[in-house]
Design a protein around this ligand. Sequence first.
Ligand code: HEC
Ligand code: HEC
Length: 420
Amino acid sequence: MQICSLMVVLSSLFFFGCGGDSSDDNKEIPNDIETDFPQIEPLPEPILKITDISDGYYGLLYDAGGNELKINKNQVLLLQDGLINELNSNLNEEQRAMFKELHSNFTDIKLPTDIEKVLFQNVLLDAMISSIKPQLQDKYFPPFRLFRHHTHSLFPISRLTDYQWILDLLSQRSLLSHLILIPPQETDNYIDTCRENDVPIPPDWGSTLWQYRGVATIDFLENDKTEVWAYESSTVQGSCIALPRWDIRPEEGINEISLLGIICQSKTTGKACFWDNLSKETGQRIKGGADLTFKISDIKNGNSLGENCTQCHRGKNVFLIHPETNLDISDDYNINPNVRYQPISTQANWSNPAAHSELGDGACASCHEIGALSGGYCNILRNAANQTMPPQPEDPANWDGATAFYGAHIQQMINDGCPE
Ligand code: HEC
Ligand code: HEC
């Protein structure tokens, strides 16, 4: 017990080895600190746990009895460690090992600062809680969300991109969705900005204004089922596409829309706006079946999304269309802007940089420009060359460069930075 407490304090690297056996451990930790390590700031009494938090408003936290709970900067990492230990005992061995490995990856990359630790451990906790039994999630999520929100004011982060290495690590593990953006200080005026730029505003999800266009026959991201929905405004030229990506696992009783990105593009200005089914308030995915509904104003948008949609959505128009499939709505909708597309976002790294190959500048650019290269976009180019491009009735060019006509241009993309 002594050794475990010591490790918890000295290095969060090791706490996994100590956790999970008994919740009594957590209660004793702070006492040990006070007696053994007087140099560490004494913790106020009574020692609290994240699960003690019951309510929060106007920046203050309260327990179930309505007493204010004061959490200062020094306590945040300890409270996180305590909850990580507690959650470990609710995970199976495989999950524990997975999170432990993720955590050591995090500390292996570089020695994290406190703010980086807090940010990362919040993501870890969010992912851990999402992995425990649903009944238990209801016990942990509400206090954790209040706690997490509180840590944003103690450890303010102005730009997530200052922590790109953490974003990269999370993105490799598909954990970006567990990252909650700091709520913007001023009120969110994204929809107003889109409207001012003549971008059509999408109807709320569940509205009959959305037209069902069928199931996507090609999905580079390989979801269980991907539907295509479209919307056209009667007054603003352009179109919106929504892409519900379903998660279907009958053995586990799961059949739901897990991801639902929405993009709208203006015909006249070429500006495009982005939304994703992440709750603005909690950062959680808003999932559900065919009866799923949510308001556009309640979900994260191009100003607040952690995932950078423009890594992949680039080129002359914002959309990534597989021609001759349901995704190709160009017969009925206007998807080609008069002006080359630009994203609406206050985030510095959201952009549609100059083309890699302008229209006419290379074999693949015979029909459309090839957008600026990025990791995500290169994957799409590779998938396209292997599956969809050039469009039928021709055969796919193949990324291996074997086709005489397209090979040289594909080799040029590889030389310029796409992985082979
Ligand atoms: C890693 C690359 C990648 C990123 C990042 C990405 N997308 Fe996509 N997106 C695609 C691909 C590829 C398609 C085409 C359908 C398919 O094959 O899955 C697509 C299609 C879509 C569509 C349907 C319309 C179209 O362009 O075909 C919407 C809407 C969409 N994405 C929204 C988003 C939003 C919102 C974000 C940011 C939160 C985002 N996407 C980020 C790769 C990406
Ligand atoms: C004969 C015309 C033509 C040629 C040649 C062509 N494309 Fe396309 N490509 C299209 C059309 C049409 C679309 C869909 C609509 C749009 O966005 O313009 C498209 C879409 C794409 C997309 C978006 C999504 C998807 O399904 O792939 C990518 C990426 C792409 N092309 C890459 C390539 C690459 C790489 C090559 C060279 C191997 C290539 N294209 C050659 C006509 C062409």
